[in-house]
Design a protein around this ligand. Structure first.
Ligand SMILES: [Fe+2]
Length: 392
């Protein structure tokens, strides 16, 4: 059985953006960072919806007031078609942009990271899918997350939906780690309730899965624990009142710390089983994870009860049960209750996914070996199918 702190026996590689700035109002540091990086012609990337909001106006005003000429690519879609990444890369090349700024949630940041390595026009996105397929660093990148969830601002991962195959695939490379990240909680204030809830659950699951991962290490465990504590304190408050600055700050910090943790330790079976829900049924990422959460954790429980009990104590601040197994059960209930209270769906059938889709999803999830190999308890295809049945 995995004991808390077992990860303390493991070595680790600490590889992060050269600069991470956290705090209210620090978006104002963007011009200084751009200049420090030697850029004179950055490209600002965002989604269509965000480009019409005060957040975009604010970032542009910060750049304009410092006299930084910049281009705009505002056509990043929530599940961006892979062709549009090549389009953004081409636009950067043709207009001589020397840096990319990713302003948005996980999709926009992932998009920006991959567009930066394709800016030289030498690679097709299909050649980059998988681990360590990117040959060299692309244009420098600066990330400004506008949601508290993905952790993409510090991670070496980008996830894309490949429409033809109806699957989501990961691109993983140290060359995707952004050069700088400005995590300014003020940029998240206007995020709607539903998105706050969905992305907040994703962040919590990053913290939990990275903590339980077989690849957890002394540093990632500290980050995961601190993350889960912040999310436990502030997720419901941020959903209830988006203008609660302290709650938004807590969620931004929780999401950032979880991103740092999973950048090292990875996520695991919850994410692996959630991906087919996104790839085929376009269920938002945080919801897809939440649906799988209870059932994957109940499957894992006997293998990592001591570590789950540690999480339970971290969020309640006390000993919650007589045995580790009991505490693990209480922790799983606690997570499910939060999801319920903030209105995130917890059953497959409530998402309109038919029972008949389960075998196909089990096939797809079985292929997610990058994530499944991090899981504290090994699982085969029939385990996966059983978990989907329970989650239905
Ligand atoms: Fe995630």
């Amino acid at each position: 059985m995995e004991k808390p702190g077992a990860g303390h026996n493991r070595g680790f590689l600490f590889q992060f953006p050269g600069k991470v700035i956290f705090g209210d109002g620090y978006v104002n540091e963007l011009p200084a960072i751009i200049r420090e990086m030697g850029s004179v012609n950055p490209l600002l990337l965002s989604g269509k919806t965000l480009s019409k909001t005060p957040v975009m106006e604010r970032v542009r005003a910060v750049l304009d007031s410092s006299g930084i000429r910049h281009g705009i690519f505002d056509r990043v879609e929530p599940e961006p078609p892979v062709e549009s990444v090549a389009e953004a890369a081409r636009s950067a090349r043709e207009n001589g942009h020397d840096l990319m700024i990713g302003l948005g949630g996980g999709s926009t940041m992932d998009f920006t990271k991959v567009a930066s390595v394709m800016a030289d026009g030498e690679k097709d996105i299909m050649e980059l899918v998988g681990r360590d397929k990117i040959p060299k660093k692309g244009l420098p990148t600066v990330m400004l997350p506008t949601t508290s969830g993905s952790g993409s601002e510090v991670s070496p991962v980008a996830i894309f939906t490949f429409a033809e195959e109806k699957v989501k695939k990961g691109i993983v490379s140290p060359f995707l780690i952004p050069d700088a990240a400005i995590v300014d909680p003020e940029l998240t204030w206007s995020v709607p309730r539903r998105v706050t809830a969905d992305t907040g659950m994703d962040a919590m699951i990053h913290a939990v899965e990275s903590f339980l991962s077989v690849n957890a290490n002394p540093l990632s465990e500290i980050l995961s624990l601190e993350s889960v504590k912040n999310i436990a304190s502030f997720l419901e408050r941020a959903v209830r009142d988006g203008s609660d600055a302290q709650a938004r700050r807590g969620m931004s910090l929780g999401s950032l710390l979880a991103g740092m943790a999973f950048a090292m330790a990875g996520t695991a079976a919850v994410h692996a089983l959630a991906y087919p829900l996104g790839g085929e049924f376009h269920i938002p990422h945080g919801t897809a994870n939440t649906v799988m959460l209870r059932h994957v954790m109940e499957f894992n429980m006997d293998c990592c009860a001591a570590k789950m009990a540690h999480l339970a104590r971290a969020v309640t601040g006390e000993c919650v049960a007589d045995s580790d197994l009991e505490a693990s059960g209480a922790f799983i209930d606690w997570m499910a209750e939060i999801a319920l209270r903030i209105g995130v769906v917890t059953r497959l059938r409530d998402l309109g996914i038919p029972w008949s889709a389960i075998p196909g999803m089990a096939d797809a999830a079985s292929g997610e070996t990058r994530l499944l190999s991090n899981n504290p308890k090994p699982l085969d295809r029939s385990d996966i199918e059983n978990i989907y049945r329970k989650a239905w």
